[in-house]
Ligand binder design. Structure first.
Ligand code: ATP
Ligand code: MG
Length: 572
């Protein structure tokens, strides 16, 4: 009776595990599950383990099809849970009406986009599509110090790569005339004033919550000074400030800057303007006048929300439903343009597409798919809770997408030569994927092979191992640079290591492997490694940019650099 219960439980978990892993249940995994399920009812591992072992063996003799139909019979719920892909979806948007939602992604064209931007762009884009609304790409280019044409183009390209399509595109800088009119309106209403105090003075007065002498001039005088500002009558340092509330507990309301003078020519407008709006002003005004209904911002702006709404209120402009989510951060990676830029300028990384960076270009280069990034950022959701995700979450999604469609080859890192005595000459066809029809390659073998040094270091004389997909060999002698072995037959032996190999007909290649750029917040100089090795000859025909899997090594994206083939390691 009791053993029947164990058997039934074991059967369910063995079937579930087998279906999940291509027809082969793992004994240990099933034992673990059965003990967890029955242990608390007083069953002892001593009774459970042998019973589970025998059930697993029986189940592993069934074909995958038979396993599926068995599981369907005894635990259909488990089968369907297995089959159902985890689909990540965004929660409904508050106050959203079908056909009327307008969102925008507002990058500053001052660098390359990273995975944090992807979070913002994907969420904005997804919501517009979810509600059949409109999605706007807006370049927030009102700081000519930082903006450059290179970045507008790169950001556009990177968004396209991510699969984001925008219904409208414009530059905030194209609306400067409107911004000036609105500023004038604020000044006339007495809601803004030109301040000529030096920055230290402004800081001090803000801290003391005291008004400066500029605050109480008449709006007529302010209009004159504003016009002077616009026509370059004033030198740098003069600003237009919002008349906020110096006594507010929110420091963002202490008369923030709305416009400042920047002399550097703008990449699009040249030296036509030198008075530029701040983010507080331009962000609020643009969201409102471009019809955005649900602007998303990262949580660090939360304090500035009051200022956002206050500016719109004083201008009698429509107030959108401001939404906030946490900034995305990833362990050991700089997810911020401000942190990435100096790494490039100081030559610590090779450029915006260095594979250690979380830039979209860096991720693309190491074989992370746009679909992965999309799924990952949606899985992070729109909560405001700050958290640091490990990069392994990105890798897991990527692996799942790549695994069924990626061709597999042999690559031998740090190769060691082996000679096989009595080796039969072979001409074999090897499948490029064990279960999917992704084609084949033909390999001819003689008596010389190369295998990875790591494997060699674990070997002893007299041991037998299998050259993967080929035959078994026994080690006769291990010396520093060559291993002598003996051909010992072809049948699959249990518990025999299967090792990938190449023949003399190989190509030499290097694979670059990245580790987190920062270890305990400090730059790790060993974060980029190069592994040299031999790849089988068929790798020479792989097209530039293809992602393949090197068996027992990992997923690698292939590039051709001056006729040499180079790989970038994505993940295991
Ligand atoms: P950075 O520090 O990388 O320069 P930023 O916010 O100044 O960040 P912007 O180009 O101004 O960069 O950002 C465009 C949009 O992307 C903004 O809506 C911003 O909130 C969002 N964004 C930027 N970084 C992240 C991140 N790490 N996580 C989520 N959203 C982000
Ligand atoms: Mg910014």
């Amino acid at each position: 009776m009791l053993s029947k219960k164990i058997e039934e439980t074991a059967k369910i978990y063995a079937l579930q595990n087998a279906v999940q892993f291509n027809g082969k249940a793992n004994e240990k995994a099933v034992i673990g599950k059965v003990i967890a399920a029955l242990g608390k009812n007083g069953f002892k591992p001593k009774e459970i383990i042998p019973a589970v072992k025998s059930v697993v063996e029986q189940i592993n003799h069934l074909s995958l099809k038979e396993q599926i139909s068995e599981l369907e019979k005894i635990a259909p719920d488990l089968l369907h849970r297995e089959k159902k892909e985890r689909v990540f979806k965004l929660p409904p948007l508050p106050y959203a009406e079908d056909g009327k939602v307008v969102t925008r992604f507002p990058p500053e064209p001052n660098g390359y986009l990273h995975i944090g931007h992807a979070k913002a762009a994907v969420i904005d884009h997804e919501y517009a599509r979810m509600y059949n609304g409109k999605f706007i790409l807006r370049f927030d280019d009102t700081n000519p110090e930082n903006a450059a044409i290179e970045f507008y183009d790169a950001q556009r390209e990177d968004l396209q790569w991510l699969g984001i399509e925008w219904d409208e595109e414009y530059n905030t800088s194209d609306h400067l005339k409107i911004h000036y009119q609105l500023a004038e309106q604020l000044i006339r209403q007495g809601d803004a004033y030109v301040c000529r105090c030096p920055p230290e003075e402004i800081r001090k007065k803000r801290f003391q919550r005291k008004e400066c002498r500029c605050r109480n001039l008449s709006s007529g005088e302010n209009i004159d000074m504003w016009n002077d500002m616009l026509s370059s009558g004033f030198s740098k340092g003069v600003i237009l400030r919002l008349k906020g509330d110096l006594h507010s507990s929110n420091t963002a309301m202490h008369d923030p800057t709305l416009f400042r003078i920047i002399e550097k020519p703008h990449p699009i407008h040249g030296d036509r303007y030198h008075v530029w709006p701040t983010y507080d002003f331009a962000g609020a005004v643009e969201d409102s006048i471009s019809g955005v209904t649900h602007p998303f911002r990262t949580k660090e702006y939360e304090l500035r929300d009051e200022c956002y709404f206050y500016i719109l209120e004083r201008l009698h402009l429509r107030k959108p439903h401001l939404m906030e989510f946490s900034r995305l951060s990833i362990k050991g990676m700089p997810v911020s343009k401000r942190r990435i830029k100096p790494l490039i300028e100081k030559g610590i990384v090779s450029g915006y597409d260095d594979i250690r960076l979380p830039t979209l270009r860096g991720l693309k280069r190491r074989g992370i798919l746009p679909e992965t990034i999309k799924q990952f950022v949606i899985s992070q959701g729109i909560s405001k809770v700050e958290s640091t995700a490990p990069f392994s979450l990105v890798e897991a999604i990527n692996r799942k997408i790549l695994d069924p469609k990626t061709r597999r080859y042999f690559f031998v890192p740090n190769p060691v030569k082996i000679v096989v005595k009595n080796a039969p000459k072979k001409r074999i066809e090897l499948k490029l994927h064990p279960t999917k029809d992704l084609g084949k390659r033909v390999v001819e073998t003689g008596s010389t092979f190369y295998i990875p040094k790591d494997d060699v270091q674990r070997m002893k004389t007299g041991e037998t191992f299998r050259l993967k997909e080929l035959y078994n060999i026994r080690i006769e002698k291990i010396s520093d640079d060559i291993i002598t072995t003996q051909y010992v037959g072809e049948e699959l032996l249990p518990d025999t290591a299967k090792i990938q190999w190449t023949t003399d007909d190989h190509i030499c290649m290097s694979v670059f492997v990245s580790k987190p750029l920062f270890k305990n917040e400090k730059y790790d100089p060993d974060s980029l490694q190069r592994i040299d090795g031999y790849a089988e000859k068929a790798v020479a025909d792989i097209y530039e940019g293809e992602i393949i899997q090197f068996e027992r090594f990992g997923f690698v994206r292939i590039e051709k650099q001056n006729s040499k083939i180079v790989g970038f390691f994505a993940h295991k």
